[in-house]
Design a protein around this ligand. Structure first.
Ligand code: NAG
Ligand code: NAG
Ligand code: NAG
Ligand code: NAG
Ligand code: NAG
Ligand code: NAG
Ligand code: NAG
Ligand code: NAG
Length: 659
């Protein structure tokens, strides 16, 4: 029973279908205003037994070979006539003469070859004429004069080789002409002068090599122009000057090698420009200044190697820039400075090694950043932290080794992240981002360690902070001494070096005799370089005294042995005065005890430092003409290896916690 019911239903459906088909015998005297005579093998000429008041007649896919005027004299009310895919090679003179109400005529798929000037006589109301796939190789002068109301003319997939200025005469209202898939090599100047209302023109898949300045004259209303799949290698100056309303231009799959600043002049309203799949190696400065409304620029599959800062200037409305599959190795800083609303930046499959810092920082509308399959080792994550809009971030298959802590928020807020296949270094640099992981973001699972060796293949999310820091070395001061051995004069320059070791490389800070700090970010008279070089310019008497160099771990308190320090006493030689003895220097303004008190804020610390300094002071060689500089004149202290005879481990630890 359960099987029978569907069968019965199927049978009923078939019967109903047959009845329906029989009822609507659309190709007989009984058809109503619309007669469908398509695909009836027996039709070899225009049937003469249909209602004379029929308006829509479909005779497609039959075997009609010839049509002439008498064929249609019975059907003067026709508005739509479909004759596609017959064998019509002969269209008699004025064949459609009686069809003055015809608006749509389909003749495609017939072997017509030549359009004559007497073919369309009488079609004064025709709006759509489809002549595609008809082997047409010639359009005689005046062919379209009888069809002034034509809106759409389909001429694609034919054999036209050159367009002449007399071919489209009469098409004063035409809005769309399709001419793709012909063999067009050239377009005579003025060809489109008779078609001022043209909106859409398709010329793709032809054989054009050069766009000349007269080709598009008359197209003052043209909006879409398709020129893809030609062999275009040159665009002459002025080519697009006649087409100021163009919004969409496709020139992909051509042979352009270099874009010049004169090529797109006149395209003040262009919004989309597709130039992908050319051989473009260079873009002249200012090329896109003539297209200030551009929103989408597609340059993928070209041969660009260097992206220079002047390539995309003037494109203040650019939203999508597609540069994937080029040969890009370098992107100059400032390249996107004049593209403030850039949203989609696709740069995948190139050879980029560095994304310059500040390149992306002002792209506050950035939503898709695709950089997969490059060779990027330096990526400025900090530049993305102000961009709230990123939803797609692809950085997979690159050479990125570490993720700074601030990258977490960016990666967490994007909905589509891929950072897979990078040689991640799972060491102290990943401690802070690891600490932020919650296990709820897919990207957390994409960080597979490449280094160090013992963590290779493990996921960062599964590694403890201790293991990440296992190869850390606490800060150590290797040397702290004067660099120059010349006599220091007042107003001269004093150079010291405080060289520190450690993994990660420690931050260097120097407490000057004045009690002020100098660090790598300091400006003014006293500067410190990351290498440990300390420079004090325009020295004064107050620059003499105790210098304390502190090497602090970047990991701060995370790394328990966070810092090391060393001291160095510098005396100024010029005055000829010895440095006043420690503790009795109030009148010279040098009070080490006070200074250290101010710095360390602890009597214990002060005592300790005083002890250190006194040790140095009394153990240093008798004063000679050279300023102190040899290693034994500085004291190097670290927690593991205390070189100061005066330091007590317990006290020192307490002091270290202050610095
Ligand atoms: C066409 O003409 C027939 C009579 O010849 C009439 O019955 C029919 O209603 C007409 N159809 C239309 C659509 O005018
Ligand atoms: C029109 O075509 C028919 C065949 O469809 C043919 O018999 C007739 O001679 C043709 N008339 C003219 C004027 O070509
Ligand atoms: C052509 O169309 C007009 C307007 O619709 C109509 O009045 C006229 O009768 C039509 N001509 C024929 C021959 O049907
Ligand atoms: C031009 O082409 C576009 C896209 O195919 C289409 O939406 C539009 O209607 C066309 N305009 C005219 C006038 O044919
Ligand atoms: C850019 O972002 C701003 C702020 O979110 C928004 O108001 C504006 O519409 C965006 N512009 C574009 C072109 O998307
Ligand atoms: C990738 O970058 C490295 C330097 O970081 C370079 O040696 C190598 O040749 C680059 N590889 C490619 C395919 O560009
Ligand atoms: C020097 O730096 C330390 C640590 O950052 C700070 O506590 C101290 O106040 C600074 N001293 C001066 C004088 O800026
Ligand atoms: C050093 O002094 C000279 C003149 O005395 C002055 O022009 C210069 O700016 C000073 N340099 C610094 C770093 O203060």
């Amino acid at each position: 029973m359960g099987k029978k019911l569907p069968e019965v239903l199927a049978f009923l459906l078939i019967v109903l279908g047959l009845l329906g088909a029989a009822e609507a015998d659309d190709c007989s005297s009984s058809c109503t205003s619309s007669c469908d005579c398509s695909g009836k093998v027996f039709v070899t000429s225009i049937p003469q037994d249909l209602p004379t008041n029929t308006t829509d007649l479909d005779l497609g896919s039959n075997y009609i070979t010839t049509i002439n005027q008498s064929d249609f004299s019975r059907y003067r009310g026709l508005t739509t006539l479909k004759l596609q895919y017959n064998r019509i090679s002969t269209i008699g003179s004025q064949a459609f003469y009686h069809l003055s109400n015809l608006t749509t005529l389909w003749l495609y798929g017939n072997p017509i070859s030549i359009l004559r000037d007497d073919m369309f006589t009488g079609l004064g109301n025709l709006q759509e004429l489809s002549l595609n796939s008809a082997n047409i190789n010639e359009i005689q002068t005046g062919t379209f004069i009888p069809t002034p109301e034509l809106r759409t003319l389909n001429l694609y997939t034919n054999k036209l080789t050159n367009l002449r200025s007399d071919m489209f005469t009469g098409l004063g209202n035409v809005q769309e002409i399709t001419l793709h898939a012909n063999d067009i090599i050239d377009i005579e100047t003025g060809t489109f002068n008779p078609t001022p209302q043209l909106r859409n023109l398709s010329l793709y898949s032809n054989k054009m090599t050069t766009l000349g300045s007269g080709m598009f004259t008359g197209l003052g209303n043209l909006q879409r122009l398709l020129l893809s799949l030609n062999d275009i290698n040159d665009i002459q100056a002025g080519t697009f000057s006649p087409t100021p309303q163009l919004t969409f231009l496709r020139m992909n799959h051509n042979k352009l090698t270099s874009l010049k600043s004169y090529m797109f002049t006149g395209l003040a309203n262009l919004q989309t420009l597709r130039l992908d799949n050319n051989d473009i190696t260079d873009i002249q400065a200012g090329t896109f200044s003539s297209t200030p409304q551009l929103k989408t620029l597609d340059l993928h599959y070209n041969k660009l190697a260097n992206v220079r800062a002047n390539m995309f200037t003037g494109m203040t409305t650019l939203q999508s820039l597609l540069l994937y599959n080029n040969d890009i190795t370098d992107i100059q800083a400032g390249t996107f400075n004049s593209n403030p609303v850039l949203a989609n930046l696709h740069l995948y499959k190139n050879y980029i090694q560095t994304i310059p810092s500040n390149l992306l920082v002002n792209l506050l509308n950035l939503t898709e950043l695709k950089l997969s399959d490059n060779n990027i080792s330096t990526f400025p994550f900090e530049d993305l932290s102000n961009i709230q809009t990123i939803s797609v971030l692809h950085l997979d298959n690159n050479q990125i080794t570490t993720l700074p802590s601030m990258a977490f928020e960016t990666l967490a807020s994007a909905s589509d992240v891929n950072i897979d296949h990078n040689p991640w270094q799972c060491d102290y640099r990943m401690v802070s981002i690891k600490a932020k992981m919650t296990g709820s973001y897919p990207f957390e699972n994409q960080i597979t360690c490449s280094q160090p060796e013992q963590l290779n293949g493990l996921k960062l999310k599964d590694i403890s902070s201790e293991d990440l820091m296992s190869n850390c070395e606490e800060p150590k001061i290797v040397r702290f001494e004067r660099m120059d051995d010349v006599t220091l004069v007042l107003g001269g320059t004093l150079q010291l070096v405080c060289e520190a070791s450690g993994i990660p490389p420690p931050d260097i800070r120097v407490i000057l005799p004045s009690g002020l700090n100098a660090t790598v970010v300091s400006v003014g008279r006293a500067t410190v370089k990351a290498t440990g070089t300390i420079t004090i310019r325009n020295t004064t008497a107050a620059d003499a005294g105790l210098y304390v160099c502190i090497a602090a771990s970047q990991l701060g308190s995370k790394f328990s042995d966070g810092s090391a320090f060393a001291t160095l006493v510098v005396d100024l030689e010029t005055t000829g005065n010895l440095l006043p003895p420690v503790g009795s220097s109030r009148e010279s303004g040098f009070s080490l005890a006070d200074l250290l008190g101010a710095i360390f804020g602890s009597v214990a610390g002060t005592l300790l430092i005083v002890a250190i300094v006194l040790t140095i002071w009394f153990s240093r060689p008798k004063r000679n003409n050279n300023p102190p500089q040899s290693p034994e004149q500085s004291v190097v202290i670290s927690r593991t290896k205390t070189e100061s005879s005066a330091s007590e481990p317990g006290r020192e630890e307490q002091m270290l916690s202050y610095v």
